[in-house]
Write a new protein. Sequence first.
Length: 367
Amino acid sequence: MEKSKTTCSKWRMENSLMHSVVTKKIINFFILIIFILSVQSCEVYKNYTKKKHIPSSKFDYSLIGKAPKYSNIKYWAEHPKKESYYARLPKNYTDSQYNTNPIIDVFFIHPTLYFKGDKWNADIDNEELNKKIGNSTIKHQASVFLGIANIYAPYYRQMHIHSYSDLENGYQAYDIAYSDVKNAFLYYWNEHNKSKKFILAGHSQGTNHCERLLKEIILKNDTMKDLLIISYLPGMPIIAFNKNHPPCNSPNQLECFLSWRTFAEGYMPKNFHINDSVVCINPISWNSDTNFSEKNDHLGILFKNHKIKYPKSITAYNYNSVLWVKPIKIPFAFLYKRNDYHIADYNLFWLNIRNNLKYRLKNNGYL
């Protein structure tokens, strides 16, 4: 009888322990799923085409909100003199070369985050939208330059995402957005540059504004041109446009520009025109050839929880002027697999971009 009680008690204990282990595994499984699903760098990039999400009337100058005055620091998403800031290094990453007083600047232009609204341009005083800009693109994209360059990133009356579909109204909205970007850059130039070398960077709509700024302002001004170190123009099809600022062809080259658009291997968007003139630089190998990057050269992905995870998980190559990535090798990757990695053009290669920039600067005497 005593032996039977002992056996029963032992069985209950083992069963309880087994149940505890299984429960713990289930909890960890769901925690991992939630973590993976949060991989986005910013809000999911969607082309809102439903009528309730797009402007209900044609572009009208009388409906445009006031223009920002860039002498007021509140119109800068990131600025060296702001008391609060969004850009920060990943939680699990430290940089022994971090510079609290960089000798170069970066002028960063954020991508489209204005997806829902009844106007063709966002209100510059939209606090909810401005906070979203800070907590997404500044935190996860512009932060790649933190401790290397002083970050100047203006808010601007960005055009509605639907502007890319409705060109008749969209181009007018684009002009308004660009006028703010131009004014912000000229204010930065006149008040803050002080003859420092600088980087120009953007993404998506920001890349469109960068390209126009280069063509119309920077490369037409000898002083600006001489001080421009490099341009980052990912997320949009960019064709070489000036012999004095060509595509970068090697991992240590400066006075050039970098561009790539990231898609899953085998995918091409509908109505996508292949153009060999469009620049695509592999942000792992930093070459424009069609060779596969080495898996060991990939340094990790920046997740929404602001941690770098899963080095050696991406192999990429240039295919018809877009960057194709082979299936990403991380646990439960199928849960967030997509064809278009536009929103993650920076995140997938965050540490590769940062380390390569430091390499370029060091090899050219800036670090």
